[in-house]
Design a protein around this ligand. Structure first.
Ligand SMILES: CC(C)(COP(=O)(O)OP(=O)(O)OC[C@H]1O[C@@H](n2cnc3c(N)ncnc32)[C@H](O)[C@@H]1OP(=O)(O)O)[C@@H](O)C(=O)NCCC(=O)NCCS
Length: 186
């Protein structure tokens, strides 16, 4: 699978992504609100990349993760993921960028393309995402791409030894078709 944006490719993981993947997954700031612990081991990276190379996108109920790479250099800068629910009409998304590549609009550009894929190519009805309310960059990203804040669950998730709260965002296909899209070249 390979999706293209003005500055990025969203593509299947490659073996050569491993050092970069380990480096940003081992960054405590990147991992703070994510499911994995730091440091992220060589063995975990090998297993993950192997799993993603075998995986097929769009298998209902299973997460599929895409590497985000710069078109100019081919360098992997992060990843994004989606899981189409067992109803075949809704999905959840997630995203991560290495710290040095944050603040440049890359995540907005990648997730905009991912939403185009899910709504226009997979014809999904609804896409949702959640994040910790303290994860300001993530909240801003979800708002920037036009997702609606739909819920705030208080201390609803036992996560890394504390009860985390969750903000839930969602968007319908009919809304995606009408909102003005992010343009990185503007
Ligand atoms: C969530 C995350 C991907 C957001 O990354 P990000 O770099 O803030 O988002 P973008 O790449 O879209 O960049 C947007 C920022 O770049 C700025 N920017 C600079 N050049 C830009 C350009 N050409 N186009 C658009 N925005 C640009 C924007 O103004 C914005 O900055 P602001 O937030 O200060 O207003 C990142 O913080 C991350 O990976 N966090 C760790 C993992 C994580 O927690 N993931 C989410 C779990 S729910």
């Amino acid at each position: 699978m390979r999706l293209e944006t003005p500055r990025l490719f969203l593509r299947t993981f490659q073996e050569s992504d491993r050092p970069t993947f380990i480096a940003y997954r081992s960054d405590p700031e990147v991992a703070k609100y994510q499911s994995w612990d730091v440091p992220f081991s060589e063995a975990d990276a090998l297993a993950f990349i192997d799993l993603m190379q075998q995986a097929k996108p769009g298998v209902l109920g299973e997460w599929y993760q895409l590497a985000i790479a710069l078109k100019t250099t081919g360098e992997m800068i992060g990843d994004c993921a989606f899981c189409i629910a067992t109803d075949g009409k809704q999905a959840e998304i997630g995203f991560t960028l290495a710290t040095m590549h944050q603040g440049k609009g890359y995540a907005t550009e990648a997730i905009t393309r991912l939403l185009d894929y899910l709504f226009l190519e997979c014809h999904l009805h609804r896409v949702c995402a959640n994040c910790d309310p303290e994860n300001v960059a993530s909240v801003k990203l979800l708002a920037r791409i036009g997702m609606r804040h739909e819920g705030h669950f208080i201390k609803s998730l036992w996560f890394k030894d504390y009860w985390a709260s969750e903000l839930w965002f969602a968007l319908l296909q009919e809304e995606w078709l009408t909102i003005e899209k992010f343009n990185p070249l503007r």
